[in-house]
Design a protein around this ligand. Structure first.
Ligand SMILES: NC(=O)C1=CN([C@@H]2O[C@H](COP(=O)(O)OP(=O)(O)OC[C@H]3O[C@@H](n4cnc5c(N)ncnc54)[C@H](O)[C@@H]3O)[C@@H](O)[C@H]2O)C=CC1
Ligand SMILES: O=C(O)C(=O)Cc1ccc(O)cc1
Length: 362
């Protein structure tokens, strides 16, 4: 039985039981939804079933919704096969690019009137059911691609899936989607990758100093190269357009630093840095809010229970923790907890924690 909070009723079939497919399965199973899993690899299928992401298919299965979670280059052919196999089902997918699969599907002559392109903006660096998490999508945007010919019945069913998984549906055209993710996902992946490449072959001495800045910039560089070759290749024109503008900025900075004392050089550099401030200020905060939080860094001794004590005391101060980031100082028995709270409470919290003996770093 579905629990009372699930919008979806009836079985959902998930094709491709890797990171995305198994995470969707786990999230729906948590609401008691019947999830049918399918995968070209029997080993991957059984692994996802072992993790509790769903069950094996049965010949009489009649899913109302099919979610295709296979690599981008196989998405169109698998969607076409599912549309043909389940003539009453709505079929959606999660591929990171949206124009190429739709173009391929249309060219194949498939019945696209029941196909709704989708893309959750949530993932992890490593694929496979082993990395799957039921809470992967909570609070994250999930693009649902609209088309003039598409009935609300189909987009509505996909939006129910998105809401059941705790994500926020965002309606867009396929072209609008690909242009947007080039800016917020595909080019950032390349920038991260190329910076991380600079670390290869660097001295141990330099790497030992790595702090939060380089970790933040290079986090997504650990992503799967096979998946990203497909994503970048499918969205090349949008990606290249942004990369060219990025290269122009890079050339400006290199020009300035080649002669940093030249008249106007400092001003050019300051303008680039200020433009970066303006760009980062546009990134929405938690739950898509535009509001920025204030940060406080608290030093936490590396002992069992210390972090729990900090959380409890923030709660006792009546302050809601909006976000948290932990950093370990290299070689020190201490952690840095960067906590984000509403700006109006940051000073009071800082004073109360200091009174209780916590060391505040900034
Ligand atoms: N990895 C990420 O962070 C994100 C990935 N996506 C998209 O999700 C899709 C899946 O990616 P992941 O789950 O990361 O990959 P994954 O490699 O973890 O899982 C893919 C699964 O599909 C199976 N498969 C391959 N061909 C198949 C076929 N013809 N029929 C049935 N099953 C087949 C594979 O055996 C594998 O188990 C991709 O299209 C990707 O663009 C979307 C958002 C985030
Ligand atoms: O880790 C992150 O921040 C990501 O953004 C992961 C990711 C990778 C691929 C996608 O299509 C969507 C999200």
């Amino acid at each position: 039985m579905n629990d009372s909070t699930a919008r979806l009723t009836g079985p959902v079939r998930v094709v491709g039981a890797g990171l995305l497919g198994a995470s969707i399965g786990l999230g729906l199973r948590a609401h008691g939804v019947d999830v049918i899993l399918s995968d070209a690899s029997p080993a991957n299928l059984n692994l996802a079933i072992d993790y509790g992401a769903g069950r094996a298919p049965r010949p009489d299965d009649a899913p109302a919704l099919v979610v295709v979670c296979v690599p981008p280059d196989l998405t169109a052919s698998v969607v076409a096969a599912e549309l043909a196999a389940f003539p009453n089902a709505t079929v959606t997918d999660v591929a990171s690019v949206k124009v190429a699969p739709l173009t391929e599907l249309e060219a194949s002559g498939a019945d696209t009137s029941r196909y709704v392109g989708g893309h959750p903006l949530a993932g992890r660096e490593r694929g496979g059911a082993i990395s799957a998490r039921a809470d992967l999508f909570i609070g994250r945007p999930w693009v649902v691609c609209t088309r003039p010919d598409l009935s609300r019945r189909h987009t509505g069913l996909v939006e129910s899936l998105v809401l059941d998984l705790g994500a926020a549906p965002v309606e867009m055209t396929t072209v609008g989607h690909d242009a947007s993710v080039a800016l917020v996902s595909h080019v950032p992946q390349l920038v991260s990758t190329l910076m991380a490449k600079r670390l290869v072959g660097s001295s141990e001495q330099a790497i030992a100093l790595a702090g939060q800045g380089v970790r933040d910039v290079t986090r997504v560089a650990a992503s799967d190269p096979e998946l990203w070759v497909q994503i970048l290749g499918s969205n090349a024109p949008s990606v290249v357009q942004i990369l060219r503008a990025y290269r122009d900025d890079l050339d400006t900075v290199i020009g300035v630093l080649d002669d940093p004392t030249a008249p106007g050089a400092r001003r050019s550099l300051a303008e680039e840095l200020a433009a970066g401030n303006a760009g980062v200020a546009r990134i929405p905060g938690k739950h898509g809010q535009d509001r920025r939080f204030a940060q406080l860094v608290v030093l936490v001794d590396d002992r069992p229970g210390e972090l729990a004590r900090l959380f409890a005391e923030i709660g006792e101060a009546g302050v809601n923790l909006e976000d948290l980031r932990l950093e370990h100082s290299p070689g020190a028995q201490i952690g840095l907890a960067e906590i984000s709270v509403l700006p109006e409470v940051v000073q009071r919290l800082s004073d109360e924690l200091a009174e209780r003996g916590w060391r505040i770093a900034g």
